[in-house]
Design a binder for this molecule. Structure first.
Ligand code: NDP
Length: 340
């Protein structure tokens, strides 16, 4: 059994791009378990856009990670030893902990991860831990998507976006995805069930939205912000809904005020409803949501793409991919083997 754990710590808050001295890698002894604790061997670490928010000095929806603290993330791993009656050695568990290869927890935020026959753990974890619930709750509960709606999704080829498009389609919506680059746009229509794709790197998003949704957008699922949000706001239908899921284009600029949307006046001109949400507020709904998502996966109704980077040492460099569009699917780091 391992006697030391390797772990990333935050060394400095970062309000612009992540710098070489933002994080520090340490090796430290694994403590003996106290009553109620378990030792977990990490298999996958989920890298999420919000990781960047946590290490900034922004006023945010939960405590930031402060210098000197282990970097936080969503993980899944195998229980190696347990002194907590809710968990048994050998079980696969998922929850929020640190960027490390082994960790001790009292089990808070952890649950046994469902086994989906025929579905890889990386795919199941990538879908069911954060991205799937965010897509499901954001689209159906916050956005109230209904059959016949024209739904527009930004960062549509990413973890959340690829699922929003597929769920919207399952519900009978007309779907338009916005993504960067020809490969990602091809994937939107060929694999993720979008009716149409807009390549924001090559095309005028505003003009394309007018052409593809001449009657206007019923539901804008916003993941990016900035010019893309503006183009969406300009193309809304009267009484349309805007779900603010994320504003990733602003996360590297947290040291300065970010300009608000230029087309904010359409909130009144088009009588829009804008709602922001954070998936962590929906814990009570999660069991039902996860069950529905897992069912769709097992029936082959949801396709998912993971982008797996090997090795805990690579976690910081991998995180940067999210803010350049370098990830092609749900970004995660493989830290340990699925089975020993
Ligand atoms: P993705 O897998 O979608 O990866 C991020 C993608 O964002 C990149 O691949 C890139 O796609 C796009 N992007 C990054 N920077 C820019 C930019 N400046 N302009 C345009 N596009 C950009 O990540 P996630 O699925 O994890 O996250 C997507 C969004 O969902 C984020 O905004 C995140 O904060 C939000 N989120 C919100 C949650 C909530 O509870 N509200 C929970 C989870 C995620 P491309 O190559 O197409 O540009």
């Amino acid at each position: 059994m391992a006697h030391t754990a390797r772990r990333w710590y935050l060394a400095k808050h970062a309000n612009t791009e992540i710098q070489p001295d933002t994080f520090e890698f340490r090796e430290e002894p694994i403590p003996d378990l106290e009553a109620g604790e378990l030792l977990v061997r990490t298999i996958y670490l989920s890298l999420d856009a919000t990781n960047r928010v946590w290490i900034s000095t922004w006023d945010q929806y939960m405590d930031p990670v402060n210098p000197g603290e282990p970097m936080r993330g969503f993980v899944c791993g195998e229980v190696i030893e347990s002194r907590n009656p809710a968990f048994q050695a050998g079980e696969i568990v998922a929850g929020m902990h640190s960027w490390s290869d082994y960790f001790v927890t009292d089990g808070t935020s952890f649950s046994v991860f469902p086994e989906l026959p025929g579905v890889d753990l990386s795919e199941a974890f990538g879908t069911l831990a954060i991205a799937g619930p965010t897509a499901h709750v954001g689209l159906l509960e916050v956005g109230q998507a209904k059959s016949g709606d024209t739904v527009v999704v930004s960062a549509a080829a990413g973890a959340v976006g690829m699922l929003v498009g597929q769920i919207a389609r399952l519900k009978g919506c007309h779907t338009i995805g916005i993504a960067g680059g020809a490969d990602k746009c091809a994937r939107l229509t060929e694999q993720f069930g979008y009716d149409a794709a807009i390549d924001y790197r090559r095309e005028d998003v505003g003009q394309r939205l007018k052409a593809l949704a001449p009657e206007g957008i019923d539901l804008l699922f916003e993941n990016v912000g900035g010019d893309i949000l503006d183009a969406g706001l300009a193309a809304m239908k009267n009484f349309g809904r805007v779900v603010i899921c994320g504003l990733i284009s602003t996360y590297n600029q947290s040291g300065e005020p970010v300009p608000g949307p230029y087309m904010f006046r359409n909130v009144i001109m088009r009588r829009l409803t804008i709602k922001g949400f954070v998936i962590l507020d929906y814990v009570d709904e999660l069991p039902g949501v996860v069950q529905e998502l897992a069912g769709w996966m097992l029936e082959g109704k949801l396709r998912f793409r993971v982008h797996v980077v090997d090795g805990l040492e690579q976690a910081v460099d991998a995180l940067k991919l999210l803010y350049t569009g370098g990830n092609h699917g749900k970004l995660m780091v493989k830290i340990g083997e699925e089975r020993r």
